[in-house]
Write a protein that binds this ligand. Sequence first.
Ligand code: ZN
Length: 165
Amino acid sequence: MSDSGALDELYKQVILDHYRSPRNRGELSAPAVRAVGHNPLCGDEVIVSLVIDNDQMITDIMVSGSGCSISQSAASMMSVAVKGQTASAARETTRAFKEMMSVHEDSLETDNSNRSNIESAAPGHHLGDLEALRGVVKFPVRIKCALLSWNTLLEAIDSAGNSDL
Ligand code: ZN
């Protein structure tokens, strides 16, 4: 399958690009909320800090941490995807991303073309660079690496919801 080979190569480039040139890298100071996520299986750490304004909009987000290329590039992609979204839209994007990963995993054995499955699992969601991470599910141990920043994002959003915003 030369097509999927070329696609894998493209995805690899996207992941490496985010790993080498991480977007929104750093930490925001108060009043930003902050959450720290760990993936002990791989030794990854992701720190998400974000600001949610009175309209529930994520006006700023930064990520830091250390770990494998998958965890860190996924964190970079996540920050780009949800910056400027509302908190509820970011939850929905998280859901779509997790769905994409699990749909791909389920259909890995039988279906070489998952795009239509992804469209139906997450209609109207253009995950863009995030789709590069679909290749990760070929390595199940790495799925936790890809999901770490998203779970940490949800934690940060939840803690923002608990403040008096
Ligand atoms: Zn990892």
